[in-house]
Write a protein that binds this ligand. Sequence first.
Ligand SMILES: [Zn+2]
Length: 166
Amino acid sequence: MNEPMIVTMPIRLEYDYSPGAGRSRFLRGLAQGKILGERCAKCRKVYVGGGSGACPRDGVPTEEVVELPDVGTITTFCVVNVPFAGATVEIPYVSASILLDGADIPLMHLIQEVAAEEVRMGMRVRAEWLPEGERVPSMDTIKYFKPAGEPDAPIDDVLKRMRADA
Ligand SMILES: [Zn+2]
């Protein structure tokens, strides 16, 4: 009863994806073991994850590249209890928004090496990278984030940093 069910469907989708300037830079950075963000010259906000290469608020190109540390704070998360086909993680697993130190928007990633019930907002986490030599221009180059072993960050301050008017 209530066993999770995986349905395999014969669906195939092929597409060519041309990442924009920001996304390309971000992905190339990952292959070099770096997390590259970009700063808006106008509002000084640092975007990461590779958007359009322009500030969504000011509409100007974000040309200043900023190397971010691979540590940050969980701003929100969800515990996933549904397996997906081809999953390499056990359920339940946690998917979280992580605000890297120095960034103004969060990245989404898996949280591992900690029980799902111990994950919390404000938790400090660090990226677990693929070994050098295996790194490719893909988000998979960061396997997951894991506890950084630091005291929690004050979550109200962290959330305030992400506000559009901050
Ligand atoms: Zn801006």
